[in-house]
Design a protein around this ligand. Structure first.
Ligand code: ZN
Ligand code: ZN
Length: 366
């Protein structure tokens, strides 16, 4: 759909006008994809304030670029970004805005040598544009979430004593691919027993045991868009402290989801959940932010964390994922991906709906 990408480039031009730059040089590959539709490991895009955009990529992607982006002038060049910097000057640019948050010092020197123009920081202008999603993007995220939930539902029968974290990670990863995922959104986390205290535990050879809480954090990737979901389940009859911990995190997650409405301050959404955890005496056991935006990147703006300024808007997909981690004992995290909505029946749609486990209730497996 070339039109949607042309529309996005026009929105970038509007942002460029406020910077007083003559052109934007886009080198973040995810941003290039957002503005052109081309997924490539070597590409750059020049968007002049006036005139047509120019895409550069190497010969491996030339055919795809011609097919996906027929409306763009294409340069087939291995040194995509320096060639475009030079072209910007040739075409009269005096100030070229570049993505200073992702260009290395080494590449910056090469750009300066090629451009002879003044380089000005563009900042995260494209990332800002990416926060609010269009209907097509929301549909792809919803599909990725649905694949993830289906894979979870189809896999949990495999959670049995003796199965290792690594083995179960493969089971759920295969189920995501079978259900239609192009790829995995990130490395699956399976954290059992005491490992549950490590938020980003790498699955290892520990076998599941009766009495474990098991935290599974997984997501599918579908046509470039990500899903992110965490469930914590119990194997065998849980102890009272495990039930209490689960109940606390579930209540915090519900409070966070209910606070996620258009216009709410990001830090206040975090606080809605964090206050409950703090009141239960676990403030130091919840070290990460409440959630993050989801889209072409698994973690993207907006970030939901303590004191974060900025507000939620209509059509912003985010995660809500409180956790409490007790060193040496275990932990609980519950995460859903949802999209904040205005003008619909509910102020948000939860996209990661599992049949087998609702976040409100601890799922106990025999
Ligand atoms: Zn996650
Ligand atoms: Zn997440």
């Amino acid at each position: 759909m070339p039109e949607i990408h042309a529309l996005r480039r026009d929105r970038l031009r509007a942002a460029l006008a406020t910077l007083d730059a003559d052109a934007a040089l886009i080198t973040n590959l995810v941003n290039v994809r957002y503005l052109t539709g081309l997924a490539s490991s070597n590409a750059a895009l020049l968007v002049p304030a006036e005139g047509d955009a120019v895409l550069a990529t190497d010969s491996r992607y030339a055919l795809t670029a011609r097919r996906e982006c027929p409306d763009l002038e294409l340069l087939v060049e291995r040194m995509a970004e320096t060639v475009l910097a030079g072209l910007a000057v040739e075409r009269g640019a005096r100030w070229v805005a570049f993505e200073d948050h992702e260009v290395t010092v080494e590449r910056h020197a090469a750009l300066e040598a090629a451009a002879r123009a003044q380089l000005a920081p563009l900042g995260r202008a494209v990332e800002e544009l990416r926060i609010v999603k269009d209907d097509g993007e929301i549909a792809l995220i919803a599909r990725a979430c649905q694949i993830t939930a289906t894979a979870f539902d189809e896999s949990i029968a495999e959670i049995r004593p003796g199965v290792t974290e690594r083995e179960f990670a493969v089971v759920i990863e295969r189920a995501m691919i079978s259900a239609g995922a192009d790829k995995l959104a990130f490395d699956t986390i399976v954290a059992s027993g005491p490992h549950g205290a490590i938020p980003h535990h790498v699955p290892g050879d520990r076998p599941f045991e009766p009495g474990d809480l098991i935290t599974i954090d997984c997501g599918a990737k579908y046509r470039g868009y990500h899903a992110d979901m965490t469930r914590t389940v119990a194997l065998g009859t849980p102890a009272q402290w495990q039930r209490d911990l689960y109940g606390l995190v579930a209540a915090a997650q519900r409070a966070g989801i209910e606070a996620a409405v258009p216009g709410e301050v990001l830090g206040d959404v975090d606080m809605a959940a964090r206050d409950l955890i703090a009141a239960a005496g676990h403030v130091e056991h919840f070290g990460h932010g409440l959630g993050h935006g989801v889209g072409l990147d698994i973690h993207e703006a907006p970030m939901l964390g303590p004191g974060r300024p900025g507000k939620l808007a209509d059509r912003v997909p985010i995660t809500v994922e409180p956790g409490v981690y007790l060193p040496g004992r275990g932990g609980v995290r519950i995460e859903d991906t949802l999209v904040v909505r205005s003008g619909s029946s509910a102020p948000r749609d939860v996209l990661t709906m599992t049949r087998t486990s609702t976040p409100a209730e601890l799922l106990v497996l025999d």
